[in-house]
Write a protein of this length. Sequence first.
Length: 202
Amino acid sequence: MTSSTSGLSTWLKSLLILIVGVVLASPVIINHYQTVHAPAPPIWPVPEDPVAARKAIMINELLPLIQDINRQLLEDRAQLQSLLEKVQSGRSLRQREQVWLREQADQYRLELTEEMAPDEQLMTNLLSRLDLVPASLALAQAAMESAWGTSRFALEANNYFGHWCFSSGCGIVPAQRSQGAQHEVARFDSPSQSIERYMRNL
């Protein structure tokens, strides 16, 4: 292992420890989620130091979104598990249940043609993909890819994870794109969309 690789590994471990501490231990975070409908204070008070401040600002912005999406993922997973048990017991799925399964299969890029009915195998495969992502992991990845939310792509395109797209005009053309390359860095309407794409791609 080279010294640069070892240094990166050590830095990443330190980053994960820091973020896990913020996510799990901060009483401000706990209070925020216990009072969802009340005006929320910053999750992590923003310090005066500019380097530390940009880290706090990104966590304050992304952590509530990650937690919201994870809650929705858990609800979807519970619904999927219920439908799987229904099929395993020999009962038929309703039309709206089949439509929902087709939508989920499409989001997670599982093959399901119009002629195919959602079956136990499809739901088992989908269940292996449809799950929450630890907030510490998502925050660490976003920090690395977006330089703590300060990259051009995060600021101009709400892209915190370096997602690419391949149709002209779908995003921002990287300044250092190789000659002949067609990819762009995807543009999202909101940070939530970027997080959702990241979670589906894992």
